[in-house]
Design a protein. Sequence first.
Length: 136
Amino acid sequence: MCIIKNLANNFFQPLRNHFKLPIKINSFFRCKELNDAIGGSKYSDHMVNDDVAAIDIDDTYSKEYGIYNRHIFDHIAHNMEYYKLIYEYEDKLTPGGLQSPKWIHISYSTDPIKNKQKTTLYTNGNGYKPFKLDII
Ligand SMILES: [Zn+2]
């Protein structure tokens, strides 16, 4: 199956089905020229590498219904499979006082074994650190 369609059908659609709300896609596939132009990482999964595609999502639409990036991130981390999940930068606290990322990056593979790895990372612009699932 197409690597991009795999992410849309097997990751993003189930996520939408769970929240039953519009979830904004900030970035999905990027050709090399676009990735370079916006300063994306040299080996960004957004350019589709081997069997992995990537998507960035945020709460621009869903927060009107009380669903913030933090809620989306927690749901993914605890209930879904993925190759990589990245908590991208710190946003303002949610109205409930929770830390929340500015956006969420997900890399998703056509290989189900890879998606069981669930590598979860945090970045604030200085490289990537492991995100501790037990603290959220
Ligand atoms: Zn991304």
